[in-house]
Design a protein around this ligand. Structure first.
Ligand code: FE2
Length: 216
């Protein structure tokens, strides 16, 4: 196998083959799809990616990155989000998720920033969230799920019909989308240092731009 084709291989590349390069979004998507057959978990990955990558763009702006450096940062955010739950379908228990997936990512040579953020998004891992990416992934994970739920109860099932005020109201309604931890949503925004309203508006805006792809 040539070096180029090894780098292009989404799933089987040994770590050494990608020194000096970066895994791409299509490679993350291929790995996600190889491990996850369920449409809703795939959609969840895309929804979280949408919000996380949008924060990656703001971070790239803040750092005044351009060209390849900017692309690399946004790809790091995007791929990390796409893969944050990629092992969940096969290994849903807290004993295994996300530890099995992270071991696989390490074997394949995915960067430490990605693996640490994925470990950190699981509160029970005990891995602290220290980087902007760590905090963004945690802040967007539950919220993206919640915004999806808010869209799906609209008669149109469209994210374009969801507004910040309605989201905040539903966050207080304990019977709605019980699976979403409100504490994680509030804690995520606080850790990121963004007001809850601002965070909700930002993620909503990002998801509205990709509504068709998200099926919302
Ligand atoms: Fe998630």
């Amino acid at each position: 196998m040539s070096e180029a084709s090894q780098i292009e291989s989404p799933i089987g590349s040994p770590a050494e083959s990608k020194v000096g390069s970066q895994f791409s979004r299509p490679q993350a998507l291929a790995l996600l799809h190889a491990w996850t057959q369920g449409e809703s978990l795939r959609k969840h990955a895309l929804a979280v990616e949408t919000c996380v990558a949008a924060y990656g763009e703001t971070e790239a702006d803040r750092l005044a990155l351009a060209g390849e450096e900017r692309d690399r940062l946004i790809t790091l955010y995007s791929t990390t989000a796409l893969l944050h739950d990629f092992d969940y379908e096969k290994h849903p228990t807290p004993e295994e998720h996300p530890f099995v997936g992270v071991r696989e990512l390490e074997r394949l040579g995915w960067p430490a920033e990605t693996r640490t953020a994925i470990l950190g998004h699981a509160q029970y891992s005990g891995v602290p969230r220290t980087t902007h990416l760590d905090k963004v992934l945690f802040a967007c994970d539950e919220l993206a799920g919640f915004l999806t739920a808010c869209a799906l109860v609209k008669p149109t099932r469209a994210i374009t019909d969801v507004e910040v005020a309605g989201v905040k109201k539903k966050l207080k309604d304990k019977a709605f989308a019980r699976g979403v931890s409100r504490d994680d949503v509030y804690q995520g925004a606080a850790e990121l240092g963004v007001a809850l309203d601002t965070h909700i508006a930002f993620c909503l805006e990002a998801m509205k731009k990709r509504a068709a792809e998200l099926g919302l």
